[in-house]
Design a protein around this ligand. Structure first.
Ligand code: PLP
Length: 398
């Protein structure tokens, strides 16, 4: 029914992969699920306890989130990342995905600049809202980083310079597992400032930066950076649906008012018991820091080992810096793959899954051309609770 009137939203590749893997498993094949990006770690115990204690809480909360939670979140990000933020600038929502969508929806018209590769949902969200989704090219040689030159070039090629530009930048990155240094962010900020670009800085893996301290773009471009994050990754609680956004003061009241209007007419608020759990999680105390330190140590050890192994087998790959992804480039094996009839990332992933049970997500899901032979590997196929316990018992160096 209603054919010709419906929007075109392609089925996400993650769901397709899910379905293929399920079919294989039903037929008795063992599937190694490196395709899905869910944290392997259990949520912080203090947060689980708080969730239990407040399970019967049933009220709606203020649209912006509980004042106490916003206070905690602001304090947490000031302490952990040195972001200059107060409680009045914090927005709480059922997942950061909705906050990304709300920020894009705040514009009647915008050009949304999205690096290639970048997380799967940015471009569909922009398109659903009728915005242009413009890709900013990156390459493996430059560590999949957006360079000031590429950004400048993309901005210069815009059809209408008067339409606001919104850049979605994500670090540590999904799918690449790489971060930006302070110098790289500083250099990008010069271009962003010159072109008055609003940035949604998706820093949901920031606290899982395991190669060094996470540097927020908000430290270098504070006037127009909206940082997003939440409990899904660092607190292992994606299904709880708790996202946060930190708004710059300089965006002004009308921007915040628009966002709160969108929130109140769509999701109303994040679930109250989950907000209570988040109050327990967003405490920059010894327990939280220890929980994070062990996760980081495990992710660094595993990620570096996986990257070394893949490099040794001839793939092009960078040592990961944060989160739990690797983005191997199979191009060095292109000739052999072509001879085997594999000329696209999708074919590569389908063959890998069919022949070996290894599930990876093809690079075109992240906006790369399909003939580019890259795929995302999420190294989360392990028992996170047991790994955390072992890490504590053997006292891994942090
Ligand atoms: N941004 C990135 C880069 C992600 O990988 C994910 C989840 O996979 C999200 C945002 C969505 O997070 P949330 O669970 O807060 O909606």
């Amino acid at each position: 029914m209603f054919d010709g009137y419906l929007r075109t939203v392609e089925t996400s590749q993650t769901l397709l992969l899910n379905e293929q893997s399920r079919q294989l498993e039903t037929s008795g094949t063992e599937v190694f699920k490196f395709g899905f990006g869910q944290s392997p770690f259990p949520p912080l115990p203090a947060a689980v306890e708080a969730l239990r204690a407040h399970a019967a809480a049933k009220d709606y909360t203020p649209v912006q989130g509980l004042p106490e939670l916003r206070e905690r979140v602001a304090e947490f990000h000031r302490a952990a990342e040195g972001i200059d933020v107060g409680a009045e600038q914090v927005l709480i929502a059922p997942g950061s995905k909705l906050l990304l969508y709300a920020v894009m929806a705040a514009f009647q018209r915008a050009d949304v600049l999205i690096p290639a590769p970048a997380w799967v949902s940015y471009a569909p969200q922009a398109k659903l809202l009728g915005h242009a989704a413009i890709r900013v090219a990156t390459d493996v040689e430059r560590r999949w980083r957006v360079t000031p030159a590429a950004l400048e070039q993309t901005l210069a090629a815009k059809a209408d310079g008067a339409v606001p530009s919104v850049l979605v930048l994500n670090h540590p990155g999904n799918p690449d597992g790489l971060s930006y240094s302070a110098d790289e962010l500083q250099a990008l900020a010069i271009v962003l400032r010159r072109h008055r670009v609003l940035v949604i800085s998706d820093e949901i893996y920031g606290l899982l930066n395991h190669a060094g301290a996470h540097v927020s773009l908000a430290r270098h471009y504070p006037e127009a950076t909206i940082v997003t994050g939440g409990l899904s990754k660092w607190c292992g609680a994606g299904g709880w649906r708790l996202g946060i956004a930190l708004l710059p003061r300089s965006l002004g009241d009308s921007f915040k008012h628009t966002l709160l209007g969108i929130a109140s007419e769509t999701y109303s608020c994040a679930p109250l018991p989950v907000q209570r759990a988040a109050i327990a999680a967003y405490q920059w105390n010894a327990e939280t820091q220890d929980y994070l330190a062990h996760q980081r140590r495990l992710l660094a050890t595993l990620g570096t080992w996986c990257a070394d192994e893949l490099r040794a087998s001839g793939l092009r790959i960078h040592a990961p810096e944060g989160g739990f992804y690797l983005f191997p480039d199979f191009t060095p094996h292109a000739a052999a793959l072509h001879r085997a009839g594999i000329t696209s990332a999708q074919q590569l992933c389908a063959r890998l899954l069919g022949d070996t049970g290894v599930a990876l997500l093809p690079g075109d899901a992240f906006g790369l051309p399909s003939q580019q032979l890259c795929a995302r590997l999420a190294y989360v196929e392990f028992d996170g609770a047991a790994a955390l316990q072992a890490s504590r018992e053997i006292g891994l160096q942090r």
